[in-house]
Design a protein around this ligand. Structure first.
Ligand code: MG
Length: 252
């Protein structure tokens, strides 16, 4: 099923997307007891919001071998984890704000995002799927110059608007073999498949849950394939993942 969070006038609603129709539901889809309501909206008439409001975004660095080569890092023994604050989150079609005074090099990073459905702590790899609600798309926007100059990545990854998420959550998806593409102003820059991940989605959920409790709505950015590159003001970035959809944002 495809779930969306959306706005009409000033009201925030949740819904199920079927084709171009959005059927409203009574509550956040992350709670079990929602019901389908009688209201229906046209997808064209609503503003899609980030489908989740995560308490934290756990980023995974260096999870595709060819991306590690292009950054000239070493292949990690265990997943490299970092956090993006909740204030980085923006929605499909919202603007990424370029922090011109502080950074001279900002990059897109197209990634598959895991949305946690159930509180998860010390989860085993073969049980990790039970704690996943579904999958969406994230752009792990990164100030690359600050990633190099700072020994920690918090500043490089943590600017407001540096985590576009959406446009929807797909719950029926096999995450280990999905084509993933990033287009910059219509030109393909990243073109890979989630089968190229070093640590798969289930290994990541298990690994992270050994350190911190994952809460419903938390998001894991699973790492970016090769082909990262700079964005500038006025650029348009689209990330497309098979069977999920397209996340589009511009820079200002
Ligand atoms: Mg990344």
């Amino acid at each position: 099923m495809k779930f969306v969070r959306f706005q009409t006038y000033s009201k925030i609603r949740y819904g199920i997307l079927e084709g171009e129709d959005v059927f409203e539901i009574s509550d956040n889809f992350l709670r079990d007891n929602f019901k389908k309501l009688n209201s229906r909206f046209d997808l064209a008439d609503i503003k899609l919001l980030s489908p989740v409001e995560p308490s934290k975004i756990i980023g995974i660095g260096l999870n595709y071998a060819e991306h590690i080569e292009e950054l000239k890092f070493k292949k990690p023994e265990t997943p490299v984890m970092f956090l993006k604050p909740s204030t980085t989150v923006i929605s499909h079609l919202d603007y990424i704000v370029y922090p011109k005074r502080i950074s001279k090099r900002v990059d897109y990073e197209g990634e598959l995002a895991v949305v946690i459905g159930k509180r998860a702590k010390n989860v085993k790899i073969d049980e990790a799927g039970n704690f996943i609600f579904g999958y969406t798309i994230i752009n792990d926007v990164t100030a690359r110059d600050l990633q190099s100059s700072d020994s920690q990545w918090t500043r490089a990854k943590g600017f407001d608007t540096f985590a576009p998420i959406g446009p929807l959550i797909e719950t029926d998806l096999e995450p280990t073999n999905l084509n993933i593409k990033t287009l910059l102003n219509g030109e393909i820059k990243q073109n890979s498949n989630t089968s190229n991940m070093i640590f798969n989605v289930y290994e990541l959920v298990s690994f992270i849950s050994q350190t911190m409790t994952l809460l419903p709505g938390d998001v894991i950015a699973t790492g970016t394939p090769k082909g990262v590159g700079a964005i500038d003001i006025g650029d348009e970035i689209e990330i497309e993942i098979e069977n999920i959809g397209k996340l589009k944002n511009s820079v200002r």
